[in-house]
Design a protein around this ligand. Structure first.
Ligand SMILES: Cc1ncc(COP(=O)(O)O)c(C=O)c1O
Length: 192
């Protein structure tokens, strides 16, 4: 994400202090990275706050659908919002944006925000049957669609096995020992 923000700044597509929308809940580093000194982005949260209403909601009661209410998605219609960052399917819930919301977002962008920059992290795409990315709906606006080789290759299992039995990295072309300090990308499963 730092690389992407650095690139967007270097190319003049974003400026330090710009307003960006961040869909939440989200992979926690993505909450912190936009606040780094070199970005100082002004964050607008798009909150997946929809709940199944039965009038008895309490925190942690399982009523969250992890979907975005229309009013939350509509925040990107504001022209001061330069970019949208989202994880879809979300992290931690692993819930994909529902098709009607994806269509609403696409319609807003097509009709009112053709300039909106979209960064979508789809590393959990394979967790949801029939998943459709924002990238597919908004190919002209999506500057990056993030996927993770380690997550696609089931890192949890690899990590558990490395803890108990392995002393070398199982990723192709690596085979190195788990690193002590600097972490090559292919060894990140060992560094978790
Ligand atoms: C949404 C999301 N994006 C990116 C990453 C980083 O993946 P990698 O293992 O490729 O560094 C994670 C890791 O948990 C994640 O949850």
């Amino acid at each position: 994400m730092c690389y992407l923000f650095d690139s967007l700044l270097a190319n003049g597509l974003l400026r330090r202090g710009d307003r960006i929308a961040v869909a939440v809940p989200i992979f926690s580093p993505y909450l912190e990275i936009p606040n780094l000194e070199r970005y100082a982005f002004d964050i607008v949260r798009i909150d997946a706050s929809e709940r199944r209403e039965d009038g008895t909601q309490r925190r942690g009661d399982g009523s969250h659908t992890w979907q975005y209410p229309d009013a939350e998605i509509d925040k990107v219609a504001d022209p001061s919002v330069k970019a949208l960052v989202l994880v879809n399917p979300s992290n931690p819930p692993s819930v994909a944006m529902r098709p009607a919301t994806l269509e609403r977002l696409a319609r807003i962008v097509r009709t009112r925000r053709p300039d909106l920059i979209v960064i979508t992290d789809d590393v959990y795409a394979t967790f949801v049957e029939g998943f459709r990315s924002v990238f597919a709906a908004l190919p002209r606006n999506t500057v990056a669609c993030i996927r993770s080789r380690s997550i696609s290759a089931a890192p949890a299992g690899a990590w558990a096995s490395s803890r108990s039995t392995r002393t070398t990295c199982s990723m192709p072309r690596c085979g190195g020992a788990p690193p002590a300090a600097a972490t090559p990308r292919c060894c990140s499963i060992h560094a978790s």
